[in-house]
Ligand binder design. Sequence first.
Ligand code: SF4
Length: 305
Amino acid sequence: MSAVWIEPPETPGRPGRIERETHKLEKRLCRLMGQAIADYRMVEEGDKVMCCLSGGKDSYAMLDILLKMQQRAPVRFDIVAVNLDQKQPGFPAHVLPEYLGRIGVPFHIENQDTYSIVKDKIPEGKTMCSLCSRLRRGILYRVAGELGATKIALGHHRDDILQTLFLNMFFGGKLKGMPPKLVSDDGRHIVIRPLAYVAEKDLVRWAAHRQFPIIPCTLCGSQENLQRKQVAAMLQEWERKHPGRLENMFSALQNVVPSHLADTAHYDFKGLQATGVPSEDGDKAFDPPEFPASPAAPGLQIVSL
Ligand code: SF4
């Protein structure tokens, strides 16, 4: 736990700086999750939300904040926490049941030895993640059906979404991110990402504050995804040099202008006709684009060619 979280209050009887910061962080997490839930109508009256827990900081935080939201939400919904024990060597199987029992959340632990299947099928030294994820996905969908869950909640956050966007651009040639809400590939479930607006650094701080019993994610021995790590480092470097850039990039995902991209499937460029009517908001093709000097994006410079 970082020292910043264990400083005593500055004045006896008055909340200290750390308490105030923690309170602000909690409010921000609740506000951002509430906003995402509302914007995408992620949770509705009578839903049973299956929270997928891996034992990492993100899924712990998702469950933690969702439980707070449950108390104050305008709709009634149930939560069931689910962990898939994939039988990785050294997986501390007691940690999640103990934690979930302690906080009093209904939960289900699904035991499936996908580790052995993956080890058996994938040659030594090759990455196991795609088969492992496919197996995990299928199992979680089945469990969601068995538990009567109407929504499956995953703990991906804003930075995961942006990393995926860049990975798809760099290596997949697609402008495609990771949606806050989607229909599962088997067509039977709605998957939601209630942390879609939350920055990873806030989850790191929240996990430290709440002292979640984190289970390391290296137990399977698979190579870490190097490309994702590189993209994550690139984004963090941009954010360090230009604070607010990640937030702006996420906003861009919510403000797509198909007429100003180049995908003929999403905009009828071939059928484009002059309207003959001037428009104040029309495109000024010969002028350089203008950008507000936003304090959220200091240092933003657009060079016109
Ligand atoms: S890191 Fe390990 S547990 Fe995670 S998807 Fe890859 S193989 Fe599976």
